[in-house]
Design a protein around this ligand. Sequence first.
Ligand SMILES: Cc1cc2nc3c(=O)[nH]c(=O)nc-3n(C[C@H](O)[C@H](O)[C@H](O)COP(=O)(O)OP(=O)(O)OC[C@H]3O[C@@H](n4cnc5c(N)ncnc54)[C@H](O)[C@@H]3O)c2cc1C
Length: 426
Amino acid sequence: MSDTHTEDHIYIVGAGHAGGELAFALRQQGYAGPLTIVGDESHLPYQRPPLSKAYLKGECEATSLYLRQLAAYEKANISLLLSRRVERIDRANKKLVFDDGREVTYSKLALATGGRARRMTINDATRAEGTSNFRYLRNIDDVMAIRSRFEAGQRLVVIGGGYVGLEVAASAIARGVNVTVLEALPRVLARVTAPQMSQFYEKVHRDAGVDLRTNIEVTHLEFNATGDAVTAVHCTGGVVIPADYVVVGIGLLPNTEVAQAAGLDVDNGIVVNEYAVTSDPDIVAAGDCTNHPSVFCGRRIRLESVPNAVEQARVAAASLAGKPKAYESVPWFWSDQYDLKLQMTGLSQGYDQFVLRGSMESKSFAAFYLKQGRLIAVDAVNRAQEFMVAKRMVAACKSFDPAALADESVPLKTLAGPVQPAAPQA
Ligand SMILES: Cc1cc2nc3c(=O)[nH]c(=O)nc-3n(C[C@H](O)[C@H](O)[C@H](O)COP(=O)(O)OP(=O)(O)OC[C@H]3O[C@@H](n4cnc5c(N)ncnc54)[C@H](O)[C@@H]3O)c2cc1C
């Protein structure tokens, strides 16, 4: 079946944070033509951060995660095709082919396909996915399955000590669940933060009652007699951890297969330029699925964060509307665990100096990462106001006196000075 050809119809593939934002940004940019979001989940575009936080704890309902309610899409004349997957892009004929075989014609296309949970590679992993108590965490349906099992006294094993795994642990502890976290690397959050920050979070979790183990790898899983539940997680060193539930959070793989099959440039993400345009000038891309040039970092990066999804979606919309503006944002992210609000800006990889302002014991501090004197990243814990200033300081790509950064008697905004335009890193 084929649609009647319309001259002008923009399709957005992916009804996530980037896809939802892109649609409304297009309307704000003045595009008034036909506009459709296609998403393979059954939900309206929603925020994922609460999936490991408030929603997992049962503190809110799925509809409260929606970026906007249905009436807003109707009012903006944005069509939604949900529970529908785009299987193929026929760029030569400007057609999308859906999973039900239907085809539609696009004038311009936006890809906001996000990513999916990275799967474990141990032999039993596929078998475990068929059981009732083993789950990866990426979407609302995953959490609906997990949170119904969060009862006091249950034994939860979390595989992966990254942000998602640690947030799941904190949420489960709040519900009285017995939690074990297994991290293969020598410390948690190893890929994204300094050893001092890892130690801080390890202590916080252990103090809260989490059995947190590092340097430990899962070798295989044990199943019950009927094979429909995992009963234990076996690890290196002969360690066996009994489990009523297993949640895996070991990272994300970008959804790039449809783009790649269509011949678009893909390299750890759909390759886009600073205007969010792919190697096809009629196709833009935004969010977790893109590999984009970062003015701030001086190299190509792929980010997994809401601010990136939102800001890049706006850039992509501007390009589609014929009003291009370059994407120049400094990366930032947050994580909520227990009573700790962690906010991070910049990317700390390659730092050679770590400066602490405030004390970790007080659970209110900021960690500054410097590279050859220049401030490249800040992690702030329970310091929301200083974080706002720190964002400006990191964006300025300037050197700061480490002693002054550490000195709490010197207000951070005095050090930051007037707002500076971002300069590229070497
Ligand atoms: C548990 C969890 C906690 C998080 N916490 C934070 C946080 O605290 N702070 C933060 O900044 N970020 C956080 N993130 C990351 C943040 O949610 C993502 O960066 C953001 O959702 C990216 O949005 P996106 O639109 O690019 O991708 P997604 O949200 O992944 O949306 C992409 C959508 O496209 C759909 N799709 C893919 N391919 C197709 C296709 N071919 N056809 C149709 N539909 C398709 C996908 O199913 C999905 O619904 C968290 C993520 C998770 C999973």
